[in-house]
Design a protein around this ligand. Structure first.
Ligand code: PMP
Length: 353
């Protein structure tokens, strides 16, 4: 600890991201990226925008990208906010909608960036335990003192809530903002976008990192009531008016518009997930019911840490979390069919030896 650090620097426990190995020869199933490349149309758009205009600042209002998102979701442009990855949109949302001294509620097994943002901004929070079967106990999110945030589907469990359950949380928190982090919604969950006209306290956050294969470009967005979006714009313009660069703006627009490619790749991932889940169950794995591009799995007898380490020795990266209760599991991103064949082969020899 340095004597020069501010009280905030001393207080925070930064998020530890999953490993990003330098070698490209590994099978990378540890950070929920899409195994398929971005749409060819996206790559064309990026190439076209590599020109002298890069000397100019990008649009601070990102109108073209917002228009494409608004059209896709059938909402008004003023109901769309864009940021540098959904991590940034999440960070801005904590600052825009939550207040010190009033507990924010989120599940105790969830995206581990939430407590990091809360600590960064000096916000209090309460973690609500998941039920025995790892689902979110909806009633315990009623009347939250400071607001609510949860991913749907949840991460790292992959389990999704129904829209009916989400609506109950919204109804019981009319005076507080409820943030639904839909990073993985395109792999089988139901988006809550249709609830926006009914609930002015609903903020939905999505990303182009997963279902649109653009983790490397860092594009996230929020959808919600115009006043919530205006709040996010106020925060953003107090940090950096130009959050998205010219290439990201161009790529994001085309990624949203190329619906055929999006559907083709996400359907392949869902089919692979179902096939892999079945094969893992045959190998005595307990597999949570996932609506995401990953599986959260535990073997009957072989400890998860051992499986994680043995896989890594063979160049297959999966995610192991040290935190209690989830340390019994590993999280496996759904890769291509070939990558998953190699994973199954490797895991089979580990659990059968
Ligand atoms: N929310 C959840 C639940 C996630 O797992 C992730 C990815 N780690 C994010 C948000 C952030 O994604 P990105 O910043 O790439 O949009």
């Amino acid at each position: 600890m340095s004597k020069y650090w501010s009280h905030i620097t001393k207080r925070i426990e930064p998020y530890v991201p999953g490993e990003q190995p330098r070698s490209t020869s590994v099978i990378k199933l540890n950070t929920n990226e899409n195994p398929y490349p971005p749409s060819p149309k996206v790559l064309d758009a990026i190439r076209q925008h590599i020109n002298e205009d890069l000397k100019l600042y990008p649009s601070p209002t990102a109108d073209d990208l917002k228009q494409a998102i608004a059209k896709y979701f059938n909402v008004n442009e003023k109901q769309v906010f864009v940021g540098n990855g959904s991590d940034e949109v999440l960070a801005f949302s904590f600052l825009a909608f939550f207040n010190p001294g009033r507990d924010i509620l989120f599940p105790d097994i969830t995206y581990s960036f939430y407590p990091v943002y809360a600590n960064l901004y000096g916000l209090n929070y309460r973690e609500i335990s998941l039920t025995e079967d790892f689902t979110i106990p909806v009633e315990q999110f009623y009347d939250a003192p400071g607001g609510v945030i949860f991913p749907n589907p949840n991460a790292p469990t992959g389990i999704a809530l129904t829209l009916e359950s989400i609506e109950r949380i919204l109804k019981h928190n009319r005076e507080k903002v409820v943030i639904v982090d839909e990073a993985y919604i395109d792999f089988g969950g139901d988006t809550a976008v249709s609830l926006i006209p009914k609930y002015e306290n609903l903020l939905i956050i999505q990303t182009l990192s997963k279902s649109r294969s653009l983790a490397g470009m860092r594009i996230g967005f929020a959808l919600g009531n115009e006043q919530l979006i205006e709040g996010l714009e106020r925060i953003k313009n107090s940090f950096n008016s130009y959050t998205l660069d010219r290439l990201s703006l161009a790529a994001g627009k085309v990624a949203i518009e190329d619906v055929d490619y999006f559907n083709e790749t996400r359907e392949k991932i869902m089919a692979t997930r179902e096939r892999v889940a079945k094969e893992l169950k045959n190998l005595s794995f307990h597999v949570l019911d996932s609506k995401a591009n990953f599986l959260f799995i535990r073997h009957d007898t072989v400890p998860s840490k051992h499986i994680y380490e043995k896989l890594k020795e063979q160049g297959i990266y999966v995610r192991y979390f040290k935190k209690m209760r989830i340390d019994q599991f590993i999280r496996v991103t759904i890769g291509t069919e070939t990558e998953m064949d190699s994973f199954i082969q490797a895991v089979k020899s580990i659990v059968q030896n």
